[in-house]
Design a binder for this molecule. Structure first.
Ligand code: 1CP
Length: 335
């Protein structure tokens, strides 16, 4: 069994496990090379040969325990009929959302459009050592909705007027998304992934009055589905601060990924009956080696006597030096 599952499922606190969000990506020269030859990001995600190769790039370089499949959360809106474009230095842009078109989607067509991802998982599983986990992921319904309705004004602000003006039935869209996301989870597991991470990257932007409906209940339904299917699951409700406690008690995931704003000691005292993962600010990898290792020590020390998966509080930044990633992993292993 992989160390990830030993910790996540068996709650084994004697064992160590490490992987990083965005461990495959722009900080690796071997990724940048493939990327420069493949300008269309969606097409790259749908190239199962290359997607599998990219997934394995960090595994070849570093002493990691898990691979996360190279894809994107926006493959779901793509498979549900929206055009998705990644504009350089600006981020993703989706074509206008059409409710009728969205509600008209059928499950077979959806799975068929995402089939290259499942093929990539099959290929990767065959090449990955049996002691290593292969992690599948989805974007949580709210986070996908932010992109689908183009709700972001800037990095940290939502255009809530847009949401209110449009008079759209948000709950109806979220519910439909849950249905398709459950299928996407199931398909990824059937193809050979063994754990799923649910990214709610924009949960921190939800107005207080809506957090229960838009974040807690949607994540809870997906976790409930995972539990019914016996799929180990990890939630990442980024940016919700002290509401991590409420989230954990309502959603009851197997694992919860801390973001870099959460104090590890607070998490240890307040997040019960869940395996904690991550938390370390990815920016510390850009600082001096001393500062990086000091930052890591804090997390390793706080969590040394409970089950803990070493990871970050958000994805590795593109400007990260790969040698630093190696140092950090070795430091954790030898601690
Ligand atoms: O070369 C490039 O420009 C592509 C950069 C890139 C990469 C490497 C994007 C564009 N997506 C990915 C892969 C990716 N995305 C993975 C692969 C596996 C790994 O982690 O190694 C994963 C898990 C994601 C998930 C993802 N995509 C999230 C959730 C996690 C997070 O970072 O908060 C989100 C929000 C996205 C959307 C997305 N994809 C890419 C960009 C530039 C964005 C937008 C981010 C934003 O709106 O600020």
């Amino acid at each position: 069994m992989s160390t990830l599952k030993k910790i996540l499922v068996d709650k084994d606190k004697s064992c160590k496990s490490v992987w990083f969000m965005r461990q495959a990506g722009r900080y690796l020269p071997e990724f940048r090379k493939i990327r420069s030859e493949n300008k269309n990001f969606i097409k790259l995600c749908l190239n199962s040969e290359l997607s599998s190769e990219i997934t394995l790039q960090p595994i070849k370089r570093f002493n990691l325990d898990s691979a996360i499949i190279f894809s994107d959360i926006l493959m779901t809106p793509y498979a549900l009929g929206q055009e998705v474009e990644f504009i350089k230095d600006q981020g993703p842009e989706l074509s206008e959302f059409n409710l009728e078109r969205f509600l008209d989607n059928n499950e077979t067509e959806f799975s068929k459009k995402l089939n290259p991802i499942y093929k990539s998982i099959e290929k990767t599983r065959k090449k990955l050592h049996k002691n290593k986990s292969l992690i599948a992921f989805i974007g949580a319904p709210w986070t996908l909705l932010v992109y689908m309705l183009n709700l972001k004004k800037n990095k940290n602000e939502l255009d809530l007027d847009k949401l209110n003006k449009k008079n759209i039935n948000i709950i109806k869209i979220l519910d439909k998304l849950i249905k398709f996301l459950s299928i996407h989870i199931k398909n990824q597991i059937s193809a050979g992934a063994d754990t799923v991470q649910i990214f709610d990257s924009w949960a921190g932007l939800i107005p207080n009055k809506d957090i229960k409906n838009y974040c807690f209940i949607t994540n809870a339904k997906l976790v409930e589905f995972c539990k019914k299917e016996k799929i180990p699951n990890i939630c990442f409700p980024k940016g919700i601060k002290e509401k991590y406690k409420d989230f954990n008690e309502t959603v009851k995931p197997d694992g919860i990924n801390l973001d870099y704003e959460i104090d590890p000691l607070w998490a240890k005292n307040n997040l019960r009956n869940v395996v904690i993962q991550g938390g370390l600010d990815p920016k510390v990898l850009l600082k001096s080696e001393d500062e990086m290792l000091k930052g890591a020590t804090k997390y390793i020390e706080v969590f040394k006597d409970i089950p803990y998966i070493f990871n970050l509080g958000h994805g590795l930044l593109p400007e990260t030096d790969p040698d630093r990633v190696d140092k950090l992993i070795e430091y954790y292993r030898n601690y």
